[in-house]
Design a protein around this ligand. Sequence first.
Ligand code: PBG
Length: 312
Amino acid sequence: MQSPIPFARIGTRGSPLALAQARLVRELLCQAHGIGQADIEIEVFSTGGDRSQAENTTLSDIGGKGVFTKEIDEALLSGRIDIGVHSSKDVATGMPQGMVLAAFLEREDVRDAFISVSARDIDTLPEGARFGTSSIRRAAQALRLRPDLRIVPFRGNVHTRLKKLLDGVADATLLALAGLNRLDEAHRATAILDTKAFMPAPAQGAIALAIRDADARFAGIVAPLDHAPTHAGILAERTMLSVLDGSCRTPVGALSTRTGAGYELCGEILSLDGQTSFQAQATGSDPVALGEQVGRDLLAQAGADWQTRFLA
Ligand SMILES: NCc1[nH]cc(CCC(=O)O)c1CC(=O)O
């Protein structure tokens, strides 16, 4: 019998990937607390980012922070849900007051996958091939290696993008391997890209659990799901992004890895055409200090006004 007050209410977007992630969180919460699936409600929200996909506008058209999280954030703050489940890379660095990313599941594969029906990898794409991506970072990284590629806008959920590829809308695309893995679609990857040439987006591959920051009960409930090394790594990458005043619409890559004593953080800023790029790296044990150090190093190299110059 279902209890009158659910143990927890989870908020998520409705895309197949978001639902898979929310179900994974429900599964892990049930295991950790010895409860049944019926005790956890999954509530689906449509965000501005989802609606813009349906209307085929671009993310820049709607703009603003939290385009994939706002409706879920509001439901969390109003008490309608208790836990927001997000892809960490979609969560803006300046989060609304009153909420916190309290736990991160162990990170999936951080790498980007190359997918094409006509080429084995980026090098074998024909001259002037159409490269489908709406990610400024992926476009810049691809153009760095292949300035001849023609970038075509490519939005929609993972299955939509795979379908567009089969329909010939583009010759190739890049998708996060993490998402493909969670959807059992990793066999679609033609090649897996190395993280030096294709440094992932900050926080790629990690699922974040947002709660109200004063909510001690749910802090305790999500705590067993937190993977400490992932948490530290994502904190370092998100701190770096915040120093750069970056977002998912800036050409920025970041990747933290564990070293013996602590963490190594690598960061990258690119120009839109990929012909100019700056890299920095550092090691340390304090994720926030590490993110600040690498972010400041990148700012010193690229100039504090890099966004006005690079994104003009
Ligand atoms: N912005 C869309 C988005 N947000 C998170 C993922 C992948 C899953 C992840 O990074 O955890 C994707 C799709 C993609 O980049 O292929």
